[in-house]
Design a protein around this ligand. Structure first.
Ligand code: XMP
Length: 511
C-alpha cells in the first residue's frame, strides 16, 4: 500500500521528534521515527517519501555532536531539516554555523526573503517559534536563503535542485502560525506525498496485517475496559471475527456498571465472543485485612494472572494474545526495535512462559489515532474517551482495608463525580477525576442526628502524561453539586473534601 512508504523522522535528540511525526500524520501522511544511529542504507531501504531531520539539544561544534552519513544528501530523497537538523545540513554541506550570541527562544518574527515552495501563498512576515543558541550564518554553495529573523540571517534555506530544505524555527509547534502549512507544502509539493493515511486506511492496513499474521488460528484478548485494549479488540475482531475470544476479568474493584458496559459493548453491540470471569469474591477475599498499598498491588496483579491463565487454559487452543501496545511505547523502548518492549506491556503483567505470540495492531499508532480509530469502528464515546484508570482499580483509592461495604461506598460516590464532571462538560479536558475513600470517619449532623461517617475525597487533576499533574480548578458550583449529591445519595458519607495537591509532591492516586 502507498502509505507503507513512510516519511522518516530522524531523531537527533529532540523532545519534538514525536511531535513532528504526529504532525506529518495529521497531514495524512504515514511517518515513523528512526534513531540517528540507523545506517542511511537502512533508511533508504524503507523507500521513504522524504526524510525530516528533527531538532536536538546539541551544537554541531561539540565533540560527538549527533550527525548523519552525508550519503543521505545524494540519495535523491527530499530532506527537510528543522532547527538542529537545518544546522547539520548547513555544516555538512559547506555552510557556516556559529554561536552568534543572539540565540532566540520563543516567539520570533520571520521575514520571507525569496519565493520558496515551502512559503508559497504565505505572508512575507509571520510569527514562528524558535529555540536555538547557534545560528546558520552562511548557507552552503548552491543554497538560496529563503527567510531571516532579527537574530538569524539564515532562518530558511533550500537547494531546490537537490530537494534539500532547512528551517531554523519549529514548524511542528502550534505557536508557529503557518507551521502546518509549511509541513504540508514540503510533504505534498516537494516530496509528492498523497494524503492517504486516514483512519479508514489505518483500519484497512491493520486488518490486513492481523489476517496475515494469525491465519485461521484462535486468538485471545484481555479486555480491561480501557481505550487501548478495547480498540485493539475491535480491530482484531473486524479482521478475524469469531476466531477472537475476549476475556474480561471482573475483579469487583471496577467502577459502577463498568462490567455491564464492557459486556454490552463487546458481546451485544459487536457480537464478540466474550468470557466474563466474575472473580470479585476471589479478589476481595484475597485483600481481606490488607492495608499496605504495595501488597494490595501485588496481590491483585498475581490474582489477575491466575484468573486470566485459567480462562486462557479453558480456551486451550489459543495461540495468539492481543495487546494494546502503542507507538510511543515502542519508540521509547528503542526507536522502532521492538525486542525489549514486550515484557512492559503484558496485560496485567502476564508471565513470559504463557507462550503466546503477540498481536499488536496499535503498535504504529499514537493515542489520538487510537481514539479516532475507536470512533471509526463504532466504539461508544464512554470507552473511546475514557480517563485513565489504574490496573488495581478502586483498591488503591480505598485507603486502608477493602471491604464490600467500602467498595460500595466508593463506587457510588465515584459515579456521582463522573456524572457531574461529564454534565459540566469537563470530562475530556480533565486528565482524571475520581473519588477516594480514606480510612477515617468524621462527625457530622444530618436532620437532628449526629453522624459518624466517612468523608469522600474528591481528586481531579490536569496532566499531559501523568508524570506531573496539577489539581484542576473546578468551578465552585461543580464542587458544590458533587459534594451535596455525594452526601445525600451515598449512605455512609457525611463530608466531602477536595484534594489540592499537585504531583509532585503528591501522586495522582492516593495509594
Ligand atoms: P500516580 O498515582 O503514580 O499515577 O501519580 C500515575 C498514573 O498511573 C495510574 N496508576 C496505575 N496504573 N497500575 C496501573 O495500571 C497501577 O498500579 C497504577 N497506579 C497508578 C494512575 O491512575 C495515573 O494515571
Amino acid at each position: 500500500m502507498e502509505h507503507t512508504r513512510p516519511v522518516l523522522v530522524v531523531d537527533f535528540g529532540a523532545q519534538y521528534a514525536q511531535l513532528i511525526a504526529r504532525r506529518v500524520r495529521e497531514a495524512h501522511v504515514y511517518s515513523e521515527i528512526v534513531p540517528r544511529s540507523m545506517p542511511v542504507s537502512e533508511m533508504l531501504a524503507r523507500r521513504p517519501h522524504a526524510i525530516i531531520f528533527s531538532g536536538g539539544p546539541a551544537s554541531v561544534h561539540v565533540d560527538g555532536a549527533p550527525s548523519i552519513d552525508p550519503a543521505v544528501y545524494e540519495a535523491g530523497v527530499p530532506i527537510l531539516g528543522i532547527c538542529y537538523g537545518a544546522q547539520l545540513i548547513a555544516s555538512q554541506l559547506g555552510g557556516e554555523v556559529r554561536k552568534t550570541g543572539t540565540g532566540e527562544y520563543g516567539r520570533t518574527e520571520l521575514e520571507v526573503l525569496s519565493p520558496s515552495v515551502l512559503f508559497a501563498e504565505q505572508p512575507l512576515e509571520q510569527i514562528v517559534w524558535m529555540s536555538h543558541g547557534d545560528s546558520i550564518t552562511d548557507a552552503p554553495a548552491g543554497f538560496a536563503v529563503t527567510a531571516k529573523t532579527p537574530g538569524t540571517p539564515v532562518a530558511g534555506l533550500e537547494d531546490r535542485d537537490r530537494s534539500i530544505y532547512g528551517v531554523q524555527f519549529h514548524p511542528e509547534v502550534m505557536h508557529t502560525e503557518r507551521g502546518m502549512e509549511l509541513l504540508k507544502a514540503f510533504l505534498y509539493d516537494v516530496a509528492g506525498c498523497a494524503p492517504t493515511w486516514t483512519h479508514v486506511s489505518i483500519i484497512e492496513q491493520a486488518v490486513q496485517e492481523v489476517r496475515e499474521q494469525v491465519g485461521d488460528a484462535r486468538v485471545i484478548c484481555g479486555l480491561s475496559g480501557g481505550v487501548d485494549s478495547a480498540v485493539a479488540a475491535a480491530l482484531v475482531h473486524k479482521a478475524i471475527g469469531d476466531q477472537l475470544t475476549c476475556v474480561f476479568v471482573d475483579t469487583g474493584l471496577l467502577r459502577l456498571h463498568e462490567a455491564d458496559q464492557v459486556e454490552e459493548t463487546f458481546r451485544r453491540q459487536f457480537s464478540i465472543d466474550l468470557v466474563h470471569v466474575k472473580a470479585a469474591d476471589r479478589f476481595v477475599g484475597a485483600l481481606d485485612d490488607v492495608i499496605d498499598p504495595e501488597r494490595k498491588r501485588k496481590i491483585i496483579g498475581e490474582m489477575f494472572i491466575r484468573v486470566f491463565e485459567e480462562a486462557a487454559r479453558d480456551l486451550g487452543d489459543a495461540k495468539y494474545l492481543v495487546q494494546g501496545t502503542l507507538y510511543p511505547d515502542i519508540v521509547e523502548s528503542g526507536g522502532g526495535e521492538n525486542a525489549n518492549i514486550k515484557s512492559h506491556h503484558n496485560v496485567g503483567g502476564l508471565p513470559d512462559d504463557m507462550e503466546f505470540e503477540l498481536v499488536e495492531p496499535l503498535r504504529n499508532l499514537f493515542k489520538d489515532e487510537v481514539r479516532a480509530v475507536g470512533e471509526e469502528l463504532g466504539l461508544p464515546e464512554e470507552i473511546v474517551w475514557r480517563q485513565p484508570f489504574p490496573g488495581p482499580g478502586l483498591a488503591v483509592r480505598i485507603v486502608g482495608t477493602v471491604t464490600p461495604e467500602r467498595i460500595r461506598i466508593l463506587q457510588q460516590a465515584d459515579a456521582v463525580v463522573m456524572e457531574e464532571i461529564k454534565r459540566a462538560g469537563l470530562y475530556r479536558e480533565i486528565w482524571q477525576s475520581f473519588a477516594v475513600l480514606p480510612a477515617v470517619r468524621t462527625v457530622g449532623v444530618m436532620g437532628d442526628d449526629r453522624t459518624y461517617a466517612y468523608p469522600i475525597i474528591l481528586r481531579a487533576v490536569t496532566s499531559d502524561d501523568a508524570m506531573t499533574a496539577d489539581w484542576a480548578r473546578l468551578p465552585y458550583d461543580v464542587l458544590e453539586r458533587i459534594a451535596s449529591r455525594v452526601i445525600n445519595e451515598v449512605p455512609g458519607v457525611n463530608r466531602v473534601a477536595y484534594d489540592i495537591t499537585s504531583k509532585p509532591p503528591g501522586t495522582i492516586e492516593w495509594e
